[in-house]
Design a protein around this ligand. Structure first.
Ligand SMILES: *[C@@H]1O[C@H](CO)[C@@H](O)[C@H](O)[C@H]1NC(C)=O
Ligand SMILES: *[C@@H]1O[C@H](CO)[C@@H](O)[C@H](O)[C@H]1NC(C)=O
Length: 400
């Protein structure tokens, strides 16, 4: 009878030890949650009007979407709800997003917002920055890279824009060799327009202009090109293709055939439009033309929710444009914000654009400071901050 005693004591000892271990685990979890909460709140510190209760419902909807990204996959025209369909679309496109930077030196930190936000929205994609001087780019952005955290840092890489090898074995090889690219006012843009085509032909994946802030994932977009509004034409600020896609080959041929270095847009957006009209506009879907079969045309809100003619809208206070904010959260993959227009303008920190930047690329804002990014206090105040003057207008013909 007494023999059982030690075993009872032993059992209660084990129970107590188990309790202590459980207690420690719970404490660790609590500390982790508090730290995580603080990290999340860090994003809000630049936003002045963050008092959620005083916001209109549509603005609250936007904010909620930003902090709790719904796993809601937009396709070129509709939401992809079928998981099998989504897997198919995901599998079809190599999981890499490419950006280009064709200045000798990195200056304008606003470009980084496109890169950071795309990395955040697409956690399984590699992010590749093709820069004219990739070592300079990496050196100048060290602070930002460190702030990104391992989850993004490990997927981020830099490559030199190396024209000749990229154009090799494509219709662009001869065009390059013949120096035809030099016959233009915008040499770098033309080279950049050509480069993204050769790159996607050879490796597949996504191309995005750096002045697109990603706010939803790309996975449902499949094989597609983007449509813009005002004017309603196709655009080459975004592409998504598997490697060796015939439509991309056709675009390279059309690029060379229709090249005119003195017409702005002719070798970019218009080139996509011409290719589409030539091969797809009048094709019978029943005929399964390889170039066009299944090619998605992304509706304007996907990447151009604000048309160029209304570009001033994104400099207005976000809290009085809640309908637009909700529209962006629900309908846009990325917001093209026209760096070419804004690069000599301050960005009001409470504006639509200022808010997008603060919430979707917090590490850029932290690394370069709000004033370093050219943020200004109020809408209407267009004095460019001293800290940002170094790069303001520095790139004359970068063409974004
Ligand atoms: C690249 O940038 C570095 C400075 O970061 C500079 O020393 C080098 O000359 C640049 N290279 C070219 C080809 O411009
Ligand atoms: C290129 O465009 C300019 C301006 O529109 C036009 O004058 C010129 O004839 C075009 N050149 C070619 C080769 O088509």
């Amino acid at each position: 009878m007494f023999a059982e005693l030690p075993s009872i004591t032993k059992r209660s000892f084990y129970t107590r030890r188990r309790c202590v271990i459980m207690f420690i685990i719970i404490c660790c979890m609590a500390v982790f949650c508090v730290l995580k909460l603080q990290c999340t709140n860090r994003l809000d510190k630049f936003i002045i009007e963050f008092d959620s209760d005083s916001l209109r419902p549509d603005c609250r909807h936007f904010l909620h979407h930003t902090k709790h990204p719904t796993v809601r996959f937009l396709g070129p025209k509709e939401i992809i709800t079928d998981r099998k369909e989504l897997m198919k679309l995901q599998k079809a496109i190599p999981q890499q997003i490419n950006f280009m930077h064709f200045n000798n030196h990195f200056r304008n930190p606003r470009y980084l917002c496109g890169i950071e936000s795309a990395a955040k929205q697409n956690p399984n994609h590699k992010i590749i920055v093709h820069a004219k001087n990739e070592t300079d780019f990496e050196t100048q952005t060290q602070k930002w890279i460190q702030l990104l955290g391992d989850k993004i840092k490990d997927r981020l890489s830099f490559e030199r824009l190396d024209w000749a090898p990229m154009f090799e074995d494509t219709p662009l090889q001869q065009w390059w060799a013949d120096d035809l690219y030099k016959e233009s006012k915008w040499v770098d843009q033309n080279l950049g327009n050509a480069y993204r085509l050769a790159l996607l032909w050879k490796r597949g994946g996504i191309y995005l202009d750096s002045d697109i802030i990603s706010i939803n994932p790309l996975s449902g977009m499949g094989r597609s090109v983007a449509m813009q509004r005002g004017p309603r034409i196709m655009n080459n600020a975004y592409f998504s293709f598997p490697e060796q896609d015939l439509f991309v080959w056709d675009m390279m041929e059309e690029f060379v055939l229709g090249f005119n270095g003195s017409k702005w847009g002719n070798n970019g957006p218009r080139m996509v439009e011409r290719t589409y009209n030539k091969y797809c506009a009048n094709s019978n879907p029943e005929e399964n033309v390889d170039e066009c079969n299944g090619l998605g045309i992304a509706d304007p809100p996907r990447f151009f929710p604000v048309p160029y003619s209304k570009r001033n809208q994104i400099a207005l206070p976000w809290t009085s444009h809640c309908k637009l904010m909700k529209f962006l959260a629900d309908e846009s993959i990325g917001v093209h914000w026209f760096n070419k227009y804004y690069k000599t303008l301050g960005i009001p920190k409470n504006s639509v654009l200022g808010t997008l930047m603060q919430l979707h690329c917090p590490s850029v804002v932290e690394a370069f400071t709000p004033t370093g990014l050219g943020f200004v206090e109020d809408v209407g105040e267009n004095t460019f901050p001293e800290e940002a003057k170094e790069w303001m207008g520095w790139e004359k013909d970068d063409g974004f």
